[in-house]
Structures are given as C-alpha cells and as structure tokens.
Design a protein. Structure first.
Length: 177
C-alpha cells in the first residue's frame, strides 16, 4: 500500500485556494476544508475570532489535528491550510505561540508539497468570512509563509492562471511525488 501523503494549499486570503480545492475535489481528489472558515460559520465563530484569538487558534488546532489524524492510508489528501497557518495567524495578532502548537508543527508533518496561493489582487474580494482588506491579506500571506518556512517547509507558488491550469499544475506535482 502506498505511503500516506498529505499536501497543503496555503497563502493569501482570496487568492483562489477554495476555488482550486473545489475543482480538485470535483476531479476526485480527497480534500480537507479550512478549519478557520468552518469555525467562522458556526454560531459565535466570528465573535471568537474577534474577542479571543487564542481560543480561535486552539479551535483551529483541534480541528486540524482531527483532520490530520483522519487521513486515509494510501491516499493523497490536500488540506486547505495547515498547522503553520495557525502560527501565522497568531503572529499577526501579536500573540504568543503556544508550545503545544509549535510541537505540533514540528512533529506532525505534512508530506508535501505545500502549495502557496500568492496574493492576487485581480481576484481578491472580501466575503462574510474573509474580513481582511487587501493590505491585511498580503500581510497574512507573509506571516503564514514565514511560519511554514520557519517549520522547515518549502513552498511551491501556484501560477497566476485559470482554475484548470492550476488544477493541472497541482496534479502534476502530486503525481511526480
């Protein structure tokens, strides 16, 4: 049986991650939804993010750990963000990184690749859960990229291209191992 393989799409808010993941899912790829968005849609989720960033981060970590541990052996799973994204969020909020989160980032490793959706102004737009303005989105990208690199990952930038081209780009790299 092939080894477990966990890939990630990270990067700027509003840079096409969710659209790409939906297209990958439509082609039969196993995907995991972004924990933050799921939490924000729950009752009290937006308030948790705004009033208790540490609690919001803890909720994301719990959801991400469940998803990480649920991945099927022999299957490639693509995650919408991962543990280092939580580090980036906390850094942006000026919060201390809990030791448990740092250990998780160092011990529970994604196999890669880790794709980065680069800030893309032409497609960026806020929504009910994406509350950052453009400058905040760019700052978020910098923070999460730094967090991934600080934890030993190399990022693969996605091309500025239509969804079909991005899907082909991701599938090729997943096939190449």
């Amino acid at each position: 049986m092939p080894a477990l393989r966990r890939a990630v799409i990270t990067g700027a808010p509003g840079a096409g991650k969710s659209t790409l993941l939906a297209a990958l899912a439509a082609r039969g790829c196993e995907i995991v939804e972004e924990a933050a968005r799921a939490i924000l849609r729950e009752p009290g989720g937006m308030e948790l993010r705004e009033t208790d960033p540490d609690g919001f981060a803890a909720a994301m970590l719990s959801a991400d750990m469940q998803a990480f541990n649920a991945a099927a052996q022999g299957c490639v799973t693509v995650y919408d963000r991962g543990f280092p994204d939580i580090v980036g969020f906390l850094r942006l909020e000026g919060r201390i990184i809990p030791g448990a989160l740092d250990r998780t980032c160092r011990e529970l490793r994604y196999d890669g690749p880790v794709f980065r959706a680069v800030p893309w102004r032409e497609i960026y737009h806020p929504d009910e859960e994406r509350i950052q303005d453009w400058n905040q989105a760019v700052a978020s990208d910098r923070a999460v990229c730094r967090a991934w690199r600080d934890h030993g990952y190399e990022l693969v930038d996605l091309p500025f291209a239509d969804v079909a081209t991005r899907v082909g780009f991701v599938e090729k790299r997943l096939d190449d191992g």
